[in-house]
Write a protein that binds this ligand. Structure first.
Ligand code: PGA
Length: 245
């Protein structure tokens, strides 16, 4: 199975900045092996068109960071997955921890988003992960179990779906989880996914992934790629992460 390298640009990079990023990318003549790797960019919705145009011919994919679970309607300010699909989006982040904590997204809402993404033909990247408090209470596996079972209850195991494990305490903190912690979590997620029939779903690790740590982390069993925030904003550092396999 191909490794997945995904860039979560959060609320960074204007359309012009996104264009500059890809012109630098092009000038770098960077090549990755598309037989064993896939690369996704998740820009802001307003920079999506500029990303979609800029990556043409570069063998890269893009997606949106969030979208609603209805095709269309009276949902002022929301983003339609169908519109994203029409623009060429291949994927959508579902339930990133910032959506869960800052915007109140719940497992049951995310279950609808995962399902609607699949129905629209946009691959959901379903994000899960425990807080520091939950880890300290030794509740990590229980939390992951719940996020998986509740969030995937409407999803179809035969349709594409990717899971991203991102310990909340490791996101944007520079504090990457330790190898045994990642190993335990990924092994557990794999077993739950398999028991639910999602045997083909890949599991990404996210949380302060950097070029210096990527080569070691990618060797951990059941780490099928990365979801990268901060280190994906610079061409050079994200390319080094992609080059870690
Ligand atoms: P980070 O973000 O790499 O900056 O920790 C990861 C994410 O939020 O997806």
């Amino acid at each position: 199975m191909k490794k997945i390298f995904a860039a979560n640009w959060k609320m960074y990079k204007t359309p012009n900045e996104a264009r500059s990023f890809f012109s630098e990318w092009q000038k770098s003549h960077f090549k990755f092996n598309s037989n064993n790797s896939e690369v996704f960019f998740f820009p802001t919705a307003l920079s999506a068109e500029s990303v979609s145009q800029s990556i043409s011919g570069l063998n890269l994919n893009w997606g949106v960071q969030n979208a609603y679970f209805e095709k269309e309607g009276a949902f002022t300010g929301e983003l339609s997955m169908n519109h994203a699909k029409e623009m060429g989006a291949a994927a959508v982040l579902v339930g990133h921890s910032e959506r869960r904590t800052l915007f109140g997204e719940t497992n049951s809402m995310l279950a609808k988003k995962n399902s609607w993404a699949q129905q629209t033909g946009v691959t959901p990247f379903y994000c899960i992960g425990e807080t520091l408090e939950e880890r300290n209470q030794e509740a990590t596996l229980k939390v992951l179990d719940r996020q998986l079972r509740e969030g995937l209850v409407l999803a179809k195991s035969e349709d594409a779906l990717v899971v991203a494990y991102e310990p909340v305490w490791a996101i944007g903190t520079g504090k990457v989880a330790e190898a045994p912690q990642i190993k335990e979590a990924h092994l557990y997620i794999r077993s739950v996914l398999d028991s639910l029939g999602f045997t083909q779903s890949q599991i990404l690790y996210g949380g302060s992934v950097k070029p210096e740590t990527a080569a070691e982390l990618i060797q951990i069993p059941h780490v099928d790629g990365f979801l990268v925030g901060g280190a994906s904003l610079k061409v050079d550092s994200f390319q080094k992460i992609i080059g870690s396999i």
